[in-house]
Write a protein that binds this ligand. Structure first.
Ligand code: COA
Length: 245
């Protein structure tokens, strides 16, 4: 059985290592890694022998050397990603405009997966290759013990209108992220996205986050607008690569 802490030690903070075992391992670049080629080669070898389905790697956009190493090792470019950030220290306290429920109280896994599936329809992000069961598995394995509290659905008139998955980034004590954020198609274009996103940032602050990092694909202009409307600042341009076994 693969132990994710082995890879955390191997990359030693230069790449964040997200736990999608037994299906995948995801790397996110934090700092330059002088031994990227060797360490990636090692990860691929271990991944292959342990029957991982895929490895994903997120790198800083400017890093052509890493792109070449990834392509040479059989990775495919998937998307360009834009990251935004916001200090949550002094966000304005808003009354919670929308009701919500989570998998920890009242919401069933079926209801959550149904709403999440609808929220992903016609997104300006590339369609996912995961089934809904696999999406939920990814939340469980990456977020750990508190995952049920993170899985939330917003309601209007008692009906689900959107999904938000606020969580503390694994391995940190103060970084807040949204594993997913989206509205069902009928609720889009009505000016609701901004309030729901601001409410999600408030959830993060209640969970103890002092800052937020959000990301979306470069093609998703609407989501970038949502970040800006919430007062987020552009942080970085990243490129994502996938290798399937
Ligand atoms: C992304 C999403 C939450 C945005 O919500 P929405 O209700 O569709 O968006 P809105 O109509 O409120 O538009 C948001 C902003 O983008 C702007 N916008 C809309 N289309 C745009 C475009 N093509 N280019 C630039 N800006 C655009 C709007 O004017 C609005 O800005 P404003 O609030 O300053 O007026 C929603 O479309 C969604 O759930 N999509 C599917 C899931 C998804 O992609 N989630 C993000 C995953 S990272």
């Amino acid at each position: 059985m693969l132990d994710i802490s082995y890879f955390e030690k191997l990359f030693n903070g230069t790449f964040k290592v997200l736990n999608g075992l037994p299906r995948y391992i995801a790397l996110e670049q934090v700092q330059p890694e002088p031994d990227f080629k060797e360490k990636l080669g090692h990860l691929i070898g271990v991944g292959k022998s342990n029957k991982l389905q895929y490895i994903s790697v997120l790198i800083q956009k400017t890093n052509n050397d890493y792109s070449n190493i990834l392509i040479t090792n059989g990775f495919e470019h998937r998307s360009s990603i834009i990251e935004y950030t916001k200090d949550l220290g002094n966000i304005e306290e808003l009354p919670c405009e929308f009701q919500w429920k989570s998998l920890e109280n009242e919401l069933t896994e079926k209801e959550f997966k149904d709403t999440w599936r609808q929220c992903m329809l016609y997104s300006d992000n590339k369609p996912s290759t995961f089934t809904m069961a696999q999406h939920l598995e990814a939340v469980k394995s990456e977020l750990g013990n508190n995952w049920r509290n993170s899985c939330r659905v917003f309601l209007k008139g008692g009906k689900p209108i959107g999904v938000t998955i606020p969580h503390m980034e694994p391995g940190t004590t103060d970084e807040g992220r949204l594993f997913y954020f989206g509205l069902i198609p009928e609720m889009r274009g009505k000016g609701l996205s901004s309030s729901l996103h601001k409410q999600s940032l408030q959830f993060l602050r209640e969970m103890g986050a002092t800052y937020y990092i959000g990301s979306t694909q470069a093609t998703n202009k609407k989501m970038q607008h949502v970040f800006i409307r919430s007062g987020c600042m552009l942080k970085s341009h990243m490129e994502s690569f996938y290798k399937y076994f």
